[in-house]
Design a protein around this ligand. Structure first.
Ligand SMILES: C[S@@+](CC[C@H](N)C(=O)[O-])C[C@H]1O[C@@H](n2cnc3c(N)ncnc32)[C@H](O)[C@@H]1O
Length: 651
């Protein structure tokens, strides 16, 4: 029996148009029609998505229902796979939809993943069988029988593919029921094997390995911009070859394309993808199973190094120590920084380094080590703000394009949504912690320069900070009523500008029982500011009642002689400071390191006094925030045009 083409090219529309179409269909046939497994169909019956009818003790499905399902799948409107019933079957796995080129592919991939999981097929075995399936469709594998595949007597049309597949299959145990994978329907999608591999990885596994493969539109844009037919290129953590395949669209000689990954299976798939792309050539790809950070790799001088490196990879202690020696100026232990340094070092003079990275690289203090390295060894060509890209990854993403060359005073192109503007690298060199403030255009810069040029101090080393309490069990420790021995505790959402909403949470202060608590003196400070921690907005309340707070709220106790605490509250709560915060950090958390960089103007006592009077009026509800905003902006000497612009930008 020949398996390869038996289920392929099944044109369902032709079948349905047959006027003698049957009223019912067997489960196995429905599974083939819908491109899914028998077990998945049984599950759908169990969860009531398909009705059955029995004839002579055999189960049939209504053709009309199967047909409807087929339509829904083709239109991408079939959502039942997302229902709880099915999710619980595959609950720790998910199909990375951002990686799909067509929403209709998702259902098919999901059903293959279901099949693999339901049959407990080891990932490597499943992918080897799916690889045979792909090779068959590409006409690189001669028709085979069940026997052939079990005995591994397969005839390939490319020598290197044969070598690699035989080696892969040699370690695997193939049984009859696994053969569905070598013949099932597959979506026409680039790197379909990588897509399935990604979908088979558990969420935790993915996060741990930092294995979120890059969607093709992002990869393609990098290649289109920088790669030339004779470029020599590298992806130092290539996964299943998203960048390598895209490189191959522009580069004629496959030996100019290099890839490395520490994941053996990903490397197998990447090599196979690559050999399929250059199927008429006889060569062994320069794609290696190695560790880019620790193993020796004797190639450098690349024209383009492009990738999406792992972020937040957990290194062991000995690894961390080794990394400190190997990557000397870096101290943060952040995996993307090591890869970025490696990328810069492997590029030739004038070479491009284009990386997909979390936005935090631009401004989080811990990453100042790599920012300094970038500034000292490259000029920044372009930064594209991509926002959220990966399912289950909430961090905004940026693309950072660097040129390995030191050219002072270079303009950086920044793309954010429809906005295109430039920034100046020299300025970033002078920023505290080398912050790359990409949200700032020239007009913003003009305003910020004016503000920062004004004599000022900051909170750095002039304040006490504390986090709110983590009880470890809010249900147990918190009450929504004021009981005997309890006191109010502030949560992030209770905080308003200057004051608090009516307390809605109460607690008995027993710090020893809590998971985390600051020293009591911080909560009981005579005067302090409590601010929302997870917030795009600066919202600071003044507290002189020694209130406690939960971890959604943080504490700031300024210690700048003769600088009134309420003036700091007024400044931080103003539209102007929201503008500064938004432009410089655009962060969804209010971080101590950011607050420490905000300017506190050195005005005369009379100005402070006036601002205090205005903010008292605001707290008493006698005026609105405009009066405070106007006063602060006027003190800084901002023009009407600048003031209007600030109001318009702060949303
Ligand atoms: C985010 S994925 C990116 C894959 C591919 N470059 C892309 O952009 O789609 C990160 C890859 O880095 C690999 N990786 C993690 N640590 C590595 C190391 N030390 N050396 C080589 N590869 C590594 C993982 O196995 C994973 O395939």
């Amino acid at each position: 029996m020949y398996f390869c083409t038996q289920f392929l090219g099944y044109n369902m529309k032709d079948i349905y148009q047959n006027i003698n179409a049957p009223q019912t269909v067997e489960i196995s046939k429905a599974a083939t029609m819908l491109g899914t497994s028998i077990i998945t169909i049984r599950n759908w019956i169990k969860y009531g998505y398909l009705q059955v009818s029995k004839k002579k003790n055999r189960i049939f499905l209504l053709m009309s229902e199967v047909k409807k399902l087929q339509n829904d799948i083709e239109n991408g409107t079939f959502t039942k796979l997302n229902s709880r019933a099915n999710k619980s079957k595959v609950k720790k796995f998910f199909v990375p939809i951002e990686y799909s080129q067509n929403k209709n592919h998702i259902i098919l991939i999901q059903s293959i993943v279901d099949y693999i999981k339901e049959h407990h097929i080891p990932t490597s075995t499943a992918l080897a069988l799916l690889s045979l399936n792909v090779l068959c469709r590409k006409d690189l594998l001669v028709k085979f029988t069940i026997k052939d595949i079990i005995n591994k007597r397969l005839i390939f049309k490319n020598k290197q593919i044969e070598k690699e597949m035989q080696e892969w299959l040699s370690d695997l145990k193939i049984t009859k029921e696994l053969l569905f994978l070598s013949s099932c329907r597959l979506p026409k999608q680039k790197d379909v094997l990588g897509f399935i591999y990604q979908s088979l990885m558990m969420v935790g596994e993915k996060a741990q390995a930092g294995s979120y493969y890059t969607p093709s539109n992002i990869v393609d844009d990098i290649i289109k911009t920088y790669v030339k037919p004779r470029s020599r290129v590298l992806d130092p953590c290539c996964g299943t070859g998203q960048f390598l395949l895209a490189f191959s669209h522009k580069i004629k000689n496959p030996m100019d394309i290099y890839g490395i990954d520490r994941d053996e299976l990903a490397v197998r798939i990447a090599r196979l993808n690559f050999l399929i792309t250059f199927k008429n050539l006889d060569f062994s790809p320069n794609i290696f199973h190695k560790d880019s950070l620790f193993d020796r790799f004797d190639y450098d001088d690349f024209d383009v190094v492009a990738t999406n490196p792992p972020w937040g990879f957990h290194f062991s202690l000995p690894e961390k120590q080794q990394l400190k020696q190997l990557y000397a100026p870096l101290t943060s232990s952040e995996s993307f920084s090591y890869f970025l340094k490696k990328g810069i070092d492997s590029a030739c003079e004038g070479g491009i380094i284009s990386f997909i990275l979390p936005e935090s690289i631009l401004h989080v203090r811990k990453h100042q080590d790599i920012r300094r390295y970038i500034i000292e060894n490259t000029y920044i060509q372009k930064i594209i703000y991509l926002d959220r890209v990966f399912k289950h990854v909430f961090t905004p993403i940026v693309r950072l394009d660097l040129v390995k060359k030191k050219t002072p005073n270079k303009q950086i192109n920044i793309c954010k949504g429809n906005k295109l503007y430039t920034a100046n690298q020299l300025k970033w060199e002078q920023n505290p912690d080398f912050n790359f403030d990409i949200h700032i255009n020239n007009f913003d810069s003009q305003i910020l320069d004016k503000i920062y040029a004004y004599p000022h101090t900051t909170l750095e080393k002039q304040a006490d900070w504390a986090l709110g309490i983590v009880t470890g069990n809010n249900k147990k420790y918190l009450s929504n009523e004021l009981q005997n021995g309890y006191e109010e505790i502030i949560t992030g959402k209770d905080i308003e500008k200057f004051s608090f909403k009516q307390a809605s949470c109460f607690i008995r202060f027993t710090p020893k029982k809590f998971q985390q608590s600051a020293p009591e003196t911080k909560y009981r400070a005579k005067e302090k500011l409590i601010y929302r921690f997870i917030s795009k907005y600066l919202i600071f309340a003044y507290d002189d009642k020694q209130r406690l707070c939960l971890n959604s709220a943080n504490i700031l106790i300024p210690q700048i002689p003769h600088y009134p605490i309420k003036v700091i509250a007024a400044l931080f709560n103003s539209t102007l400071y929201q503008f500064i915060f938004q432009k410089k950090y655009a962060c969804i958390k209010v971080l101590q390191s950011h607050l420490e960089q905000l300017p506190l103007p050195l005005w005369n006592d009379n100005s402070y006094r006036q601002l205090l009077i205005i903010s008292d009026h605001f707290m008493n509800g006698e005026n609105n925030a405009n009066e405070m905003d106007d006063f602060i902006m006027k003190q800084y000497g901002l023009s009407k045009e600048e003031t209007d612009y600030i109001h318009q930008e702060v949303t």
